[in-house]
Design a protein around this ligand. Sequence first.
Ligand SMILES: Nc1ncnc2c1ncn2[C@@H]1O[C@H](COP(=O)(O)OP(=O)(O)OP(=O)(O)O)[C@@H](O)[C@H]1O
Ligand SMILES: [Mg+2]
Length: 246
Amino acid sequence: MTALLQVQDLYKIHGGSGDEQPVLRGVSFEVKDSEFVCIMGPSGSGKTTLLHLLSGLDEPSAGTVMLAGQDLAKAKEEDRTLQRRSQVGYVFQFFHLMPNLSVLENIGLPLAIAGKNPDKGAGRIRELGKKLGIEGRLDAFPHELSGGEMQRASIARALIGGQPLLLCDEPTGNLAQAAGREVMEELKRANAEEGRTVVLVTHNPRDAAFADRVLFLVDGELSDVTVEGDAVSEAAVTDALQRLSI
Ligand SMILES: Nc1ncnc2c1ncn2[C@@H]1O[C@H](COP(=O)(O)OP(=O)(O)OP(=O)(O)O)[C@@H](O)[C@H]1O
Ligand SMILES: [Mg+2]
């Protein structure tokens, strides 16, 4: 299997005054095509920062991110944006829905940006809305939604474009247990049936148990401790978190 993502010796220092400590300090890993990888770590350990770098939304201070064979750091801003649009569906931790668009329009945005007729995608939008339990909210606007509904809308938007890589930042963080499980099952289905690669950030060992491999980000570095293959289970992940004092 080829690696859809290759991350080499990634450093990130936020801010520009020069005396900040790096949030990421030499992070390296690969994610294979169609793999489902979970990244866990304490709050503030740099998980969201890492996902931003993987998608090319932000630039590393050092190191490289190869996404589908393209070095994001070497690409021009415009090419990086095109690469992100074609390769990445992104579930943002804080949703980032467009306030002036309806839920239906928000979900269809990746289609509109890709130059496809969103009206033609309306059936698929409704189908995804139904699967995610927001079919009755498609005509509402983001400010009329609960946190859980916003989260589900942002998940539908990440899924609609069919991009090969799904980056999901705590996609069940605002959902009750049953709704969270449905979202995870939908992500797993996209992974298993459509072969889409998933990188999931979560605090929840139950969600992590959907992954093929669980990595732990501690003090800006990936721990040697991993849980993978047949060993992945909620109990094994909980145990690893305890061992790492996360
Ligand atoms: N744009 C930014 N400018 C300055 N500092 C930032 C910026 N974004 C993140 N940070 C800092 O970088 C560190 C890592 O933040 P990040 O959001 O990546 O953590 P996280 O692991 O996603 O946390 P959580 O689990 O709470 O979502 C934090 O100390 C945060 O304050
Ligand atoms: Mg975060």
